[in-house]
Design a protein around this ligand. Structure first.
Ligand SMILES: *Cc1c(COP(=O)(O)O)cnc(C)c1O
Length: 355
């Protein structure tokens, strides 16, 4: 079975929009896109009068090298959120098909499914928040087109075991696309699942520049998958997904010197994560700090609401994750700078922090 047999027939059949920018290669006088012939007034941005390249080769090649895949296995979009949306729209027929998620996990998979009119099948993580491959396979129905696995998982923090992912990929062949969301993998010890793509055209991996590469504001996300899947999704991708300024920022933030600095920062965050884990675990208000391979810690408290309010009074905002399955007493704390992490502990130790 070809992976595209899992996709919606009408998406395979549609004639994609052909943007003016795609036809402009080699042109000297560009009069085909109704653009302004002048850069914007007030020096607002040299060259911004032109539509951006839909999939700029320089950035595609840069990220293919960074993520160790071929350029034709890369799709650039507006954050991983766009890739999630495209996958659901391309593979799930409204009112018929479904996605499978393992709660507690990232909410966007279910939201994208709801927008598309696809059902959401749940196969919860295990009691220790590890991926339950047998549970996923038991919950799998004929309708499930996409199986989302977030590793390290947001909001709980633990990674899926590589062997479990490989097993799942094997079991899903011909049945569903396995989508591995690796938004936080840079902070983990586990290798990327992108190595699975070579032998499995039904495996897709989500990467993002939003977290480790400090570019959340630029909105650059990457889908890695077999070339036919990338080609399929390009048919329904917005004509010009990436703003020119975001393309420039992504290139600057991933050159050799930037990657050296990013790796140094990742090392600092990992070290701070372990330090913060130890300090938090020693506090009487803390019930447990969940294992995390990401840049955050999910913490169980005796009274999560009171702690949330106490931190808020000190001007510190953490994430209330009490609505998630199995996390009713938890707050998720991003690891910040060393000074920010010390401020969290100071606010927790001093119950009478001034408002
Ligand atoms: C933050 C995050 C992303 C990244 O989303 P972008 O749209 O690329 O900013 C993806 N998946 C998960 C689980 C996240 O927590």
């Amino acid at each position: 079975m070809n992976v595209l047999d899992l996709a919606r027939a009408e998406i395979r059949a549609l004639t994609p929009y052909s943007s003016a920018r795609m036809e402009a290669d080699g042109g000297r006088v560009l009069l085909n896109a109704n653009e302004s012939p002048w850069s914007p007034a007030n020096e607002a941005g040299e060259g911004l009068n032109r539509y951006p390249d839909p999939q700029p080769a320089a950035l595609v090649n840069r990220l293919a090298a960074l993520y160790e895949v071929a350029p034709e296995q890369v799709l650039l979009g507006r954050g991983s959120d766009e890739a999630i949306d495209l996958l659901v729209r391309a593979f799930c027929r409204a009112g018929t098909d479904a996605v499978l998620v393992s709660p507690p996990t990232f909410g966007m998979y279910a939201v994208a499914a709801a927008v598309q009119g696809a059902a959401v099948v749940q196969a919860p993580l295990g009691d220790d928040f590890s991926l339950d491959v047998d549970g996923v396979l038991a919950a799998l129905t004929q309708q499930v087109r996409l199986v989302f696995v977030c590793t390290p998982n947001n909001p709980s923090g633990a990674p899926a075991a590589p062997a479990a992912l490989a097993h799942l990929a094997q079991a899903l062949r011909g049945r569903a696309l396995l989508v591995v969301d690796e938004a936080y993998v840079e902070f983990a010890d586990t290798a990327s699942a992108s190595a699975l793509i070579a032998g499995n055209d039904h495996v897709a991996v989500l990467r993002t520049l939003s977290k480790a590469h400090a570019l959340a504001g630029a909105r650059v996300g990457v889908l890695l998958a077999a070339a036919p899947v990338i080609t399929l999704l390009r048919r329904i991708l917005a004509p010009y997904p990436l703003p020119a300024a975001s393309i420039a920022a992504a290139l600057a933030a991933t050159d050799a010197a930037a990657l050296v600095e990013t790796r140094r920062r990742i090392a600092v965050l990992r070290e701070q994560r372990e330090w913060l884990r130890g300090e938090l675990a020693a506090l009487p208000e803390v019930v447990a700090v969940l294992p995390s391979a990401a840049n955050f810690l999910c913490v169980r408290w005796r009274d999560a609401a009171a702690i949330y309010a106490q931190l808020r009074r000190a001007g510190i905002v953490v994430r209330d994750v009490t609505r998630y399955r199995g996390l009713a007493d938890c707050l998720r704390v991003s690891v910040g700078t060393p000074a920010e992490n010390r401020a969290v502990l100071a606010a927790l130790r001093n119950v009478e922090v001034a408002a």
